[in-house]
Design a protein around this ligand. Structure first.
Ligand code: HEC
Ligand code: HEC
Ligand code: HEC
Ligand code: HEC
Ligand code: HEC
Ligand code: HEC
Ligand code: HEC
Ligand code: HEC
Ligand code: HEC
Ligand code: HEC
Length: 319
């Protein structure tokens, strides 16, 4: 049986983070003074100068300790995790200065005080492969959004992915309220059925496409990665479909059929005004006559191959 997409991701990720754990381990080894190098063999190198070990931190910070202990970061048997490195101090930095005087500020890395970029860099020491390889320079990175705007290491609300909110949509909705609201009325069936999320289309960690889209190099290439029959090339192209599907469809949902940004004939009239047959100016009489240009699928009653046609005489997309 073939691996599902999720499984492949997991495999890639596992390899990616494992490699990075290995790298960190090696760096750690190199940094150790010669006389303590032997301790690097043990999974808990709590004896590094300046470090105090997780047990001490946990004795005072019960809340954080609880959230951490239940998380993948605490799996000490896994060499890629913080637990296998310096536990709490992997992310917060060496703690001896802090426990000398817990009231003194700035002796540890506090994710609420450091800049967004510094926060991201801490996480990126491990999470820098595959899914995450385009983070630097992504729109989120550029706009000072950081990992900890969406993730909570100690008090996550979601069942997977350590998110700050219960669902992906709610996490994105912290900032993109309008999009999160639209998706609820979406007629994109997979989204409505809960099989698709913001993250099915966007890689919030960065991508090479516009708008952080997961596949392709343009909006249309992205959509046709699933809707292959709309990809073309067609004998007769409808230029807007080649340019961007989002000219006519709102991928976040709309209250029109087929997620159209407007319904025909208005949609078509945005561009086609002067035509041999009336394409615009519908008065009360025309409406009352129930012209086929207005009712049902309106223009698309006749121009049914609206995305492009391969029929020799399909230049008007009627066949
Ligand atoms: C003796 C108890 C004690 C121990 C041990 C201890 N802490 Fe703290 N820590 C505190 C207290 C109390 C504060 C709150 C200080 C304040 O808000 O004024 C604090 C604050 C912090 C902060 C926020 C720091 C800041 O600059 O605002 C972090 C992060 C932290 N501790 C992590 C750790 C880690 C990691 C360890 C282990 C290396 C650790 N603590 C060990 C008592 C302790
Ligand atoms: C993977 C990195 C990471 C590890 C490991 C980690 N923390 Fe944190 N810590 C964070 C982040 C990020 C925050 C910001 C709040 C959040 O994400 O939940 C934080 C917040 C805190 C705070 C609150 C500081 C404040 O003033 O708001 C304390 C205290 C703390 N951590 C202690 C610990 C202790 C104790 C451990 C070990 C049991 C630990 N941390 C392990 C990343 C980490
Ligand atoms: C020392 C390496 C290391 C650091 C630093 C680190 N992580 Fe991780 N993280 C891991 C490993 C390893 C896993 C488990 C991955 C797996 O099982 O595939 C993980 C898992 C995760 C997960 C997935 C949790 C889940 O339930 O599947 C999230 C989210 C995450 N880390 C966020 C962060 C954030 C945010 C930071 C910075 C505050 C951070 N990590 C810092 C190594 C690290
Ligand atoms: C804009 C919000 C957002 C930002 C910013 C963000 N993430 Fe995520 N992250 C998510 C969401 C949503 C998921 C998917 C969770 C799920 O479906 O379980 C996720 C998944 C993950 C996972 C687990 C899945 C995987 O494939 O690796 C890790 C690890 C992770 N993020 C780390 C990070 C790190 C490190 C940063 C900062 C460099 C970061 N994230 C920034 C929202 C965000
Ligand atoms: C902490 C706030 C915050 C959160 C949470 C957040 N974003 Fe963003 N996002 C931004 C900002 C700021 C921009 C920059 C453009 C703007 O102002 O709209 C942006 C831009 C984007 C863009 C446009 C990128 C481009 O190239 O134009 C996409 C797509 C996006 N976010 C998706 C998501 C998704 C998906 C999630 C949830 C996983 C999410 N965002 C969560 C703040 C956030
Ligand atoms: C079916 C795929 C799809 C889904 C699902 C989706 N998006 Fe988008 N999103 C797109 C496309 C395509 C664009 C580019 C539209 C354009 O170029 O006009 C976009 C653009 C954006 C933008 C930036 C442009 C703008 O209009 O401001 C943000 C922010 C964004 N999406 C956030 C989200 C959030 C948040 C969710 C989940 C609630 C989400 N998207 C779900 C496909 C999707
Ligand atoms: C991950 C795959 C995937 C991507 C990417 C995708 N779609 Fe879909 N889309 C589907 C599935 C599955 C359906 C529902 C099944 C069906 O009947 O074809 C659907 C349905 C639709 C529908 C019909 C909705 C209805 O009411 O019947 C439209 C229109 C549509 N998609 C447009 C787009 C556009 C525009 C994009 C790019 C922004 C896009 N899709 C990206 C998978 C995808
Ligand atoms: C000129 C406007 C326009 C553009 C651009 C456009 N569409 Fe459409 N699309 C429509 C109309 C109108 C319908 C409804 C057709 C009908 O009712 O038969 C539709 C229907 C659909 C459907 C559902 C019905 C079907 O034929 O499967 C899908 C899926 C779809 N479009 C995908 C796309 C994709 C992918 C792109 C980009 C390559 C795109 N559309 C670009 C106007 C457009
Ligand atoms: C974003 C602008 C835009 C929208 C919206 C649009 N079209 Fe077009 N359409 C074009 C362009 C550009 C051409 C290329 C021919 C031209 O220059 O007139 C074209 C060509 C056509 C043709 C081929 C005849 C010709 O003049 O070459 C037909 C038929 C057509 N469109 C019907 C429709 C229908 C029906 C709709 C609504 C579902 C629609 N169009 C929506 C821009 C648009
Ligand atoms: C009853 C069928 C029918 C309906 C409904 C219809 N058309 Fe047409 N259309 C045609 C035919 C047939 C042609 C071929 C050229 C001709 O004979 O005039 C055509 C040609 C066109 C052309 C290209 C020729 C030109 O005049 O430049 C455009 C653009 C066009 N239609 C747009 C539209 C729009 C927009 C609508 C909706 C307001 C629409 N059509 C509704 C049958 C229809």
């Amino acid at each position: 049986m073939a691996l599902s997409r999720g499984d492949t991701n997991m495999a890639n990720r596992t390899l990616g983070t494992w490699m990075c754990g290995l790298l960190l381990g090696t760096v750690g080894l190199l940094l150790l003074p010669a006389h303590t190098a032997g301790t690097a063999q043990t999974p808990q190198p709590g004896l590094k100068p300046g470090y105090v070990g997780a047990a001490k931190c946990m004795s005072c910070h019960e809340v954080q300790a609880k959230g951490y202990k239940d998380s993948p970061h605490a799996r000490a048997w896994d060499p890629r995790t913080p637990a296998a490195a310096s536990a709490c101090e992997t992310c917060h930095g060496p703690g001896s200065g802090h426990i000398e005087d817990v009231g003194a500020k700035g002796r540890l890395r506090n994710f609420k005080k450091i800049t967004p970029r510094e926060a991201s860099e801490t996480c990126m020491t491990c999470h820098n492969r595959e899914e995450h390889s385009q983070w630097q320079g992504s729109m989120h990175d550029a706009r000072n959004v950081t990992c900890v705007n969406c993730h909570s290491v100690h008090t996550p609300k979601s069942e997977t992915g350590q998110l700050k909110q219960e669902t992906v949509t709610a996490t994105c909705g912290q900032c993109h309220r309008e999009k999160a609201a639209k998706i609820q009325r979406s007629s994109h069936m997979p989204v409505r059925e809960g099989k698709m999320e913001c993250t099915s289309c966007h890689n919030q960690h960065g991508s090479t496409n516009v708008r952080m889209l997961r596949a392709g190099n343009t909006v249309s290439e992205f959509c046709t990665s699933c809707h292959a029959e709309k990809r073309g090339p067609f004998l007769w192209d409808h230029p807007p479909a080649r340019e961007s599907c989002a000219t006519c469809h709102d991928p976040h949902g709309s209250s029109n059929d087929r997620m159209l940004v407007a319904r025909a004939p208005m949609l078509c009239q945005r561009c086609h005004v002067h035509r041999q047959h009336p394409a615009s100016v519908y008065d009360a009489n025309a409406v009352a006559s129930k012209s086929s240009r207005l009712v049902g699928r309106a223009c698309v009653n006749c121009h049914s191959n609206i995305h492009g046609s391969n029929h020799p005489s399909g230049q008007f997309f009627q066949r």
